[in-house]
Design a protein around this ligand. Sequence first.
Ligand code: SF4
Length: 237
Amino acid sequence: MDRNLTSGVRVKEGRLGVVDTLSEQPIVTQEAPLGSSGATIDSEDVSLTKLAQLRDLEKQCFACRKCAIGGCLTGSNLSNVFSNMCPKARIMVVGQNPGAKEVELRRPFVGPSGAFFDKCIKDVLGIDRSRLYISNIVRCYTPGNRAPKVAETSNCRDILDQEIEILKPELVVTLGGYALKQVTGLNRISQHHGEIVVSPRYSVKVLPLYHPSPINMNNTQHSENFRSDLELVRDFL
Ligand code: SF4
């Protein structure tokens, strides 16, 4: 199957699918070549403004106790983790929620999944994570690293909304099914990975990828798909 022609989304030909959240099917509504959204490189002033806004949001995140998992201690560490604070990034990466290593270092995506991700972006794209803005849909560690509950993703949506509004990314890369659902409304990462769609909520292009967790990446097919899908990021660098 042509990987660039799925569910009506013809990526290489520059046609973009817009997610219909009712049917959860991308529908073709416009033509636009990839990487031509007209965004310009941020000036230093814009970046500083964004950084100040992100710092305010980070304070809100650290103080947030909307869910029972907010502000809990894991060991001697607070459960709330924000982002890697890269205001110049044009590409935003959204994962699921922080694990134990992330809580320990107070930075997102620095555990085993993050290490694999770092290796892949180096191998495939020749970049390091400083080119990317990295965050999660849920900002607090979940007991036993369980999957987030619906109420937690819902409570945490406001932070993601504000983050995207501040950053104005050209592309959002979602990692795994939970992030895909939260950003686009779509289910079934196995169906949508490697498609460029547009989120109706955020009006931003989205590239869904499998989550690079060890359990996923031990699956050879998922691992190959992850690397292959990652190639699509190159158009936005
Ligand atoms: S998961 Fe999000 S909404 Fe819930 S307490 Fe943590 S920061 Fe707040």
